[in-house]
Design a protein around this ligand. Sequence first.
Ligand SMILES: NC(=O)c1ccc[n+]([C@@H]2O[C@H](COP(=O)([O-])OP(=O)(O)OC[C@H]3O[C@@H](n4cnc5c(N)ncnc54)[C@H](OP(=O)(O)O)[C@@H]3O)[C@@H](O)[C@H]2O)c1
Length: 315
Amino acid sequence: MTANNSPSPQLTVTGAPRAGGAGTIGDLTVSRIGYGAMQLERLRDDRDAAIALLRRVVELGVDHVDTAQFYGNGFVNGLIRDAFRPEDGVVVVSKVGADPDPDGPFPMRPAQRPEQLRASVEDNLVSLGLDCIPVVNLRRLDTRPGLRAEGDQVVDLDDQLAEMTALRDEGKIGAIGLSAVTLDGVRRALPAGIVCVQNLYSLVTRDDEEMLRLCTDEQIAWVPFFPLGGAFPQLPKVTDEPAVTALAETLGRTPAQVGLAWLLHHAPNTLLIPGTADTGHLEANIATGTVALDDAATAALDAVESRPLTEITFG
Ligand SMILES: NC(=O)c1ccc[n+]([C@@H]2O[C@H](COP(=O)([O-])OP(=O)(O)OC[C@H]3O[C@@H](n4cnc5c(N)ncnc54)[C@H](OP(=O)(O)O)[C@@H]3O)[C@@H](O)[C@H]2O)c1
């Protein structure tokens, strides 16, 4: 699952054209259009369909897949273990900082303490069937919306980075990323050699523009989560935006494709991980790589108003 050598950066190791072209995450070359596996939780009752969707991911030239142990309490990681073979060359990115909580009010609970980060890496290694997870995001609880840290779950970033660095030195993880983090947190983590930042960001929620610029300057991959606005109804949707729907009609594309294309055009270090449990949507999202935005289209999308995350209640 971790072999990532190809004769051409434009091709995956299976020989498929890389979806959206080639991007980088640390030392690894990956497709700029990846896949976020969280929505596969919804296919718990149709495991064969979920595995078939992941096989389609590989066929379509995607070799960057995002997951977590707390997606379906290990269900999604088990799908990834069973669907991908080492010769597919898929770079699997997981995250630690929360544990599954299937009976709780939320399917996950904070697990920020260093020993919990280590235990979570071990859980991921088992459920993914890997000796080393190529990239692991330290999922902080610093940003809205979502879970907040309280009590002994308020942990200093430096203490967490020390544990993540030790895990990298031991070869259990290949590289370190950050998620749900502040600008100050990214700055503080730079000496640890982080390779990606995964925060909530889309055309309609652009609080982190300054952080994105820092990541571009530092050659850190910017991997926005909820790139379409997510599946939760409380969150603003890229596809509801009039400028997006109007442009989609002009271009003969879907609103989702226009929103994802804007992300790809907006910064060269952006890697997409749109999530879907629908094969048709997967194919449409991957075809985003062929959407061209001219200056007028880009200007119209740039002018879309961003909704501050502090105004969004969720969780
Ligand atoms: N680091 C973190 O804390 C964090 C948090 C959340 C998520 N993530 C990662 O980010 C990934 C992306 O987030 P997400 O999946 O929640 O949100 P998203 O990609 O913004 O949106 C997913 C939603 O959009 C729909 N959709 C996808 N493609 C579509 C298309 N072409 N046309 C119309 N609708 C479409 C999906 O429904 P269908 O299934 O019906 O297509 C689903 O309802 C996740 O899968 C996960 O890997 C990370």
